[in-house]
Ligand binder design. Structure first.
Ligand SMILES: [Fe+2]
Length: 428
């Protein structure tokens, strides 16, 4: 095979390798370094460097072989240099060319001579100089031929495209990061606004201070225990905060009645889930089904809840979670007409009403979350904190929870025929 054919094949091979290198590498600096070595190896060059243009014509060295980094100290590229690079011929970039008019070469001739640089080539992508490739002479001592120039120009162009693509990707990543931060900020604002709303709902009801906040926290804990994604967990926390928002339209005297209310007042109060749905529906929430969770947080599996008397399968799981969180908080906080119930009593209620009022799977998940705190297996103890330290300190608390979980897991969900609707007992 002729020497020129061999060289051609070798050059094609190198270009193919270079293309693969640029397309495949995740590590930018490593990609440029390997690309430069391919270029040096293809033409048997002694030394070389690749530098990219950064702000104000400053050059940043990305790869270096056989040269010292001080080569780039105080070295920059000016706008007029860029014009000459864009319109110049390859021979203009050759230090040995005595007639070169390239101002950058002439300005830094001493520097290049000291470091034995023979060729300074621009990397041009889409009509812009993105950097420079500096090359030393051939190891054989031969002059650069026209074919060498063509090879070098092709490879330098490849490297330039690699650098340009990397920059674009960096910009895209930066924009994505900015968008992500903005989205996080908006979510935080949304959450804070919702919490402020929750506080406003609770202020109207002087006996249930902090109720909505606690229902949000309990709902979050149950959903996480049931394996919901973090996005869904955040959503149900919001639903918990807002579940009683419909109370804003109920007369303050009815909400604050210090005794069990009569049927008329009760029916007024029972409008609050549907009213909550009306308030929340027009809002574009970043989470799914929040209005429905508010609407159905007083539904029961046996169909005796309100507003629609739905049964088990018809009630969204989120609403079942909020319903349990709501009732649990009602049972474990004091009211003007009664003290809160003992934990033993609450567990008895949950056991008796699983399959009727509550979904057994949801109750079991909540019991597991409480048990983890009682057994010291949880990193944080939000439930203990909300209930007060002493509430879960009874000797048999762990036993009660363990038995409840075992029984709920063993028993199939009770299916109860709807009888008649009842009013809001054991929940807010
Ligand atoms: Fe409610």
């Amino acid at each position: 095979m002729e020497l020129s054919t061999q060289k051609l094949i070798h050059t094609f091979g190198a270009l193919a390798d270079l293309g693969q290198e640029i397309a495949g590498r995740g590590d930018f600096t490593e990609m440029v370094r390997t690309s430069m070595h391919l270029l040096l190896g293809t033409l048997a060059l002694r030394r070389g460097a690749v530098a990219e243009c950064i702000d104000q014509g400053e050059l940043r060295c990305v790869a270096l072989w056989g040269l010292e980094p001080r080569l780039f100290t105080g070295f920059s590229i000016e706008e007029s240099d860029k014009d000459q690079f864009l319109h110049g011929d390859a021979s203009d970039f050759l230090l040995s060319n005595p007639t070169t008019t390239n101002s950058l070469l002439n300005r830094h001739r001493d520097r290049f001579t000291e470091h034995e640089i023979e060729l300074v080539l621009p990397m041009i992508v889409r009509g812009e100089v993105t950097g420079l490739v500096l090359l030393g002479g051939k190891a054989s001592g031969e002059e650069f031929s026209n074919a060498d120039f063509d090879t070098i120009k092709a490879m330098v162009r490849h490297i330039g495209v690699g650098i340009h693509t990397h920059r674009l990707l960096e910009q895209v990543a930066q924009r994505a990061e900015e968008n992500r931060r903005l989205y996080e900020e908006l979510r935080a604002i949304y959450r804070d606004t919702v919490r402020a709303f929750a506080a406003a709902i609770d202020i109207k009801d002087k006996y249930t201070q902090g109720h909505s906040e606690r229902v949000g926290r309990y709902s979050e804990i149950i959903a996480r225990e049931m394996g919901w994604s973090e996005q869904e967990v955040e959503g149900i926390q919001i639903a918990g905060y807002l579940h009683d928002i419909g109370k804003l339209i109920v007369d303050r005297d009815i909400i604050n009645a210090p005794y069990h209310i009569d049927a008329k007042r009760s029916s007024d109060l029972n409008r609050h889930p549907a009213a909550g749905y009306e308030i929340l529906s027009p809002i574009n929430h970043p989470y799914a089904d929040i209005p429905l969770m508010a609407k159905y947080h007083h539904e029961r599996l046996d169909g005796r809840g309100y507003p629609d008397g739905l049964t088990d399968e018809q009630i969204p799981l989120g609403a079942k979670i909020v319903a349990l969180a709501d009732s649990f908080d009602a049972m474990t906080t004091d009211r003007p007409y009664r003290r809160r119930r003992s934990f033993e009593d609450v567990v008895r209620d949950l056991r008796e009403n699983s399959g009727k009022q509550f979904d057994g799977k949801v109750v079991a998940a909540f019991a597991r979350a409480i048990l983890k705190e009682v057994n010291g297996e949880a990193k944080k103890r939000p439930i203990t904190k909300m209930l007060g330290k002493s509430y879960l300190e009874g000797e048999n608390v762990a036993g009660l929870l363990t038995d409840l979980i075992a029984d709920l897991m063993a028993a199939p969900q009770a299916t109860v025929t709807p009888i008649k609707r009842i009013t809001s007992a054991g929940s807010e």
